[in-house]
Ligand binder design. Structure first.
Ligand SMILES: *Cc1c(COP(=O)(O)O)cnc(C)c1O
Length: 371
């Protein structure tokens, strides 16, 4: 851990970034100048490559990741379209809420937060309701850290002739992804997740043919993904409104560092090692993960509270004093807390985290009363 880092963010975004990503922000850029717009164009090309290449195109959008999800849903789905949303976590629920807010017809498949997307229910809905035009699902549900079967859902969407919108926010760049393999027409992520940039914008990779067909669909001016895309296409990487220049420069550096690390495969291997050490270490101490190994992602892991008297606030504060920032739980079915393993965080850091956690467990007299 760098000495100039006050603490390590073990959270799924914003996350810990490298010193070099932060330092390239010490320069101001004009939003219309070629020096800046050529950076945007390189980023767009790199995102297309990371999504598998081919007939894809990328567009960047100001705001946090949700702004890009809202821009995609609000632009991709035509006025007479209908969205089928898989909801097995907070981010699936948010996509349904976006559709309702925008007045888009929407059917939701509601499942418990600990159950992976039910492919039979998806198929039944696609088969039973010909009005559905789009399927939306989250790849890694950051709510729990659970992975959904994106490839299988994409194959269903393809079979029934529906457009597939994948929220790959917390997996893109950290888990090997190919839009062709996943059968997705739209893939959404943001700067401050596995690519390890700083917050400020999100991005969408789309099949060129799909985005070309969306002119005039948007229910919002600032979140019109089509308009934003046309501007970037026609004006060489220019954004429509003020763009987050410093964040964009940091993101370009983060992409360079992803390449230097050996690409997505190498990053995935590091995250997997981080998560494995975390779970093994925490299980040795007495904690239990919420999900079985077959459902877990290397992005973030949910742990059950060890007993009814456990105080997350006291645990959090003691861990923060040791320079580790953990993440509260977000699910309704069980009391949990979460530990993220993405970002500029390495297996040595996780070993230190486990050691510090053992000390805190002794210091606070935490007991384990799992059934
Ligand atoms: C982080 C995240 C988002 C976007 O959240 P913001 O707070 O708007 O950045 C959306 N979906 C998933 C799965 C996420 O992990």
């Amino acid at each position: 851990m760098d000495d100039d880092i006050p603490y390590l963010l073990l959270t799924p975004g914003p996350l810990t970034t490298s010193r070099t990503v932060k330092s390239v922000m010490m320069r101001d850029f004009c939003t219309w100048d070629d020096d800046y717009n050529s950076i945007v164009q390189e980023i767009r090309a790199e995102l297309v490559r990371l999504a598998g290449g081919g007939a894809l195109t990328a567009v960047l959008m100001q705001g946090s990741g949700t702004f890009s999800v809202e821009a995609t849903i609000g632009t991709a789905v035509p006025r007479d379209g209908k969205l089928l949303v898989v909801n097995n976590g907070a981010y699936g629920a948010r996509m349904a809420q976006i559709a309702r807010t925008l007045g888009i017809a929407c059917t939701e498949i509601s499942q418990p937060e600990t159950e992976q997307a039910d492919l039979r229910r998806i198929e039944a809905a696609l088969e039973g309701d010909p009005a559905i035009t789009h399927l939306a699902m989250v790849h890694c549900e950051t709510t729990t850290g659970m992975l959904n079967p994106a490839m299988e859902a994409g194959a269903l969407a393809r079979r029934y002739g529906k457009s597939f919108i994948l929220d790959a926010m917390s997996s893109f760049g950290g888990i090997p992804t190919s839009m062709d393999v996943f059968g997705s027409d739209w893939l959404i992520s943001s700067a401050n997740k596995c690519i390890q940039g700083v917050p400020g914008f999100g991005f969408v990779v789309a099949r060129r043919e799909a985005i070309e067909a969306t002119k005039g669909h948007a229910r919002s001016l600032s979140l019109d993904l089509y308009d934003q895309w046309r501007e970037m296409e026609e004006k060489g990487g220019k954004w429509r409104f003020t763009s987050p220049t410093h964040t964009v420069r940091a993101f370009a550096q983060a992409l360079q560092e992803l390449r230097d690390e050996g690409g997505v495969e190498a990053r995935h291997a590091r995250y997997t090692d981080n998560a494995r050490r975390l779970v093994q270490g925490y299980e040795r101490i007495g904690f239990r993960p919420l999900l079985g190994p077959e459902r877990r992602s290397p992005v973030i892991t949910s742990f059950l509270f060890p007993s009814a008297s456990f105080s997350f606030d006291a645990f959090y504060a003691a861990m923060k004093r040791r320079r580790f920032v953990l993440y509260p739980g977000k699910i309704s079915q069980a009391a949990t807390f979460r530990v993220g393993t993405i970002g500029h965080v390495f297996p040595e850091d996780i070993d230190l985290l486990v050691k510090a956690t053992g000390e805190v467990v002794r210091e606070l007299g935490i007991t384990f009363a799992h059934a």
